[in-house]
Each structure stands twice: as structure tokens, then as C-alpha cells.
Design a binder for this molecule. Structure first.
Ligand code: HXC
Length: 260
């Protein structure tokens, strides 16, 4: 499909994969790379053959950050008027299908933030996460101060962001940043693809609704979130798949989803 900085594949039934592929710069996230990533994710979102997506890098680097050489000369007005980094958010707003980040090696700065945007984060024990922006005289700019703080709590996030010190995949697992930690890159990819395949086997309507309500928990107060969940839950009684799923249970059969 003519991408320069990413590779796109469909390695399992229902599963799309984007592999960041800018090895010379440890997958530093230059603007054209982000544009390609958004294009690929939009295509997966529109594709009927893809129901869940895995985003990964290489064994050595998920992504070593935003592209420092691209950022270095930017002025305030260029960054502000050009809405620098704003397009990164497309990933969290346009994508309704679940995204699993499979992180091995460096996930620093914008790379860490990109991983934190995923719905599920898996990593290797030796993955190298961090928000080192303070060392460059700046701060996280793609949601790191917000998402990392929600993930690990204020004190730990403050320490990480103010010192720029990195944390390991093993720590990411212990702190709940990562849902699962794997001993090798191969095990990581197998685990991520398997989870994506499992999700892809369920009703697309239910999966989209489940992702939507979990994400609401990040934005809403508890009472509003619970009410929001109940409304969406009620609405699923209007789906065919709720009838199909519950009937199949009663008949001790496997459901055949209509995805409606
Ligand atoms: C541009 C980068 C880069 C980056 C690495 N490279 N990270 N280029 N932007 N973020 C390039 C190097 O310049 C080098 O190019 C090549 O990749 C290999 O990197 P080395 O440093 O030689 O590799 P190594 O010694 O193994 O060290 C790996 C590393 C180090 C520890 C990850 O590269 C590093 O510290 N990178 C920067 C990490 C960082 O500060 N990230 C946050 C960026 S700020 P050449 O041409 O010399 O071979 C950020 C802001 C986010 O992300 C806010 C908005 C999103």
C-alpha cells in the first residue's frame, strides 16, 4: 500500500496489525509517520475484515519518542497554529475498534504516550518506558501527564515526569500500566495477536459498546459513568447479537454473530 514508515498486515482472522518501521531512528514519530499511522488505522476502522488491531514496533524499539530533530527548530506560533501533535489524538477519537499496543524495547516520550493511548497495553519485561521530555527542556505533549497519572497515580507520575527516569516493562506490569508482561518479543506478539483474535470473535456491536463505556470511565465522574454504562447496556437489547448470544447459551451452542 506504499507506506514508508509503517507496515500493515492482517496476520490472523479479524486482526489488523500496524508495525512501526523506521528502524534508523528507533521509530521516532515524525509527522509523516503519524499521518501514515492515522491513514492505516482509518482503513482498518472501515474494513469489514478487521475487528481488532495490534500496534507494535520492533524488538528494539516501540518508538523512541516524537522526532526531536523535527521538533527542535519549531517556534511557538508554528506549533500552536499548526496544531502540532493534535493529529495524534485521532487515534483515540476515530478508532472504535479495540487497539492493543505490543511494546518491546524503547517506548519513550511520545512513544510512551502512544502506547498509553491504546486500549490494552502488553509489553516485554525489559521494555523501556519513560517520559524524558524534561531532559530536553520540555514536557510531555501527547497526553502523558494525564494518562500516566491516571495509570500510576500522582506521586509516581510526578516522580517519573520530573526526573525523566525510565521504568521497565516489569514495573509497568506491577503498576497496572501494562495488562500483561511477556518474557520475549515472540511471546509478546503471540499474546497480543491471540487476544486480538479472541476479541475479533465476539459481536462487533458489543465490542464497540464495551470499549466505549470503559473509555467513558476516564472522563466521567463515577455516578455519570455508571449511568452512561446502563444506558448503553439498555440499548444493546436492541441488537440482534444480544438475542443470538443469550439464545445460544440457553441452547448450549456457539453463537453465530450477525454483528448487528
Ligand atoms: C529523533 C531519534 C530519536 C528521537 C533516537 N533517534 N530517538 N531521532 N527523535 N526521539 C535516532 C538517533 O538520533 C540516532 O540517529 C538513532 O535514532 C539511533 O539512536 P541512538 O541514540 O544512537 O541509539 P542508542 O544509543 O541505542 O540509544 C537509544 C535511546 C536514545 C536511549 C532511545 O536514542 C534516546 O535517548 N533517544 C531520545 C529519547 C527521547 O528523549 N524521547 C523523547 C523525545 S521528546 P543517528 O542518525 O545518530 O544514527 C517527545 C516529546 C513528546 O517525545 C511530546 C509530544 C508527542
Amino acid at each position: 500500500r506504499g507506506y514508508e514508515y509503517i507496515e500493515v498486515s492482517e496476520p490472523r482472522p479479524g486482526v489488523g496489525q500496524v508495525t512501526l518501521n523506521r528502524p534508523k531512528a528507533l521509530n521516532a514519530l515524525c509527522s509523516p509517520l503519524i499521518a501514515e499511522l492515522n491513514t492505516a488505522l482509518r482503513a482498518f476502522q472501515a474494513s469489514p475484515s478487521v475487528a481488532a488491531i495490534v500496534l507494535t514496533g520492533s524488538e528494539k524499539a516501540f518508538a523512541a519518542g516524537a522526532d526531536i530533530k523535527e521538533m527542535a527548530p519549531l517556534t511557538f506560533s508554528e506549533a500552536y497554529s499548526g496544531a502540532f501533535i493534535e493529529s495524534w489524538s485521532e487515534l483515540t477519537t476515530a478508532l472504535k475498534k479495540p487497539l492493543i499496543a505490543a511494546v518491546s524495547g524503547h517506548a519513550l516520550g511520545g512513544g510512551c504516550e502512544l502506547a498509553l493511548m491504546a486500549d490494552i497495553l502488553y509489553c516485554t519485561a525489559t521494555a523501556n518506558f519513560g517520559q524524558p521530555e524534561i531532559r530536553l527542556g520540555t514536557i510531555p505533549g501527547a497526553g502523558g501527564s494525564q494518562r500516566l497519572t491516571r495509570a500510576v497515580g500522582k506521586s509516581k507520575a510526578m516522580e517519573l515526569i520530573l526526573t525523566g527516569k525510565s521504568f521497565s516493562g516489569e514495573e509497568a506490569g506491577r503498576w497496572g500500566v501494562a495488562a500483561r508482561v511477556f518474557p520475549t518479543y515472540e511471546a509478546l506478539m503471540e499474546g497480543a495477536l491471540k487476544t486480538a483474535e479472541t476479541i475479533a470473535g465476539y459481536s462487533k456491536v458489543a465490542v464497540q459498546a464495551a470499549k466505549e463505556v470503559v473509555n467513558k470511565s476516564q472522563d466521567l465522574a463515577l455516578r455519570d459513568g455508571v449511568e452512561y454504562e446502563r444506558r448503553v447496556f439498555h440499548s444493546l437489547f436492541g441488537s440482534q447479537d444480544q438475542k443470538i448470544g443469550m439464545k445460544a447459551f440457553a441452547e448450549k451452542k456457539q453463537p453465530e454473530w450477525s454483528h448487528r
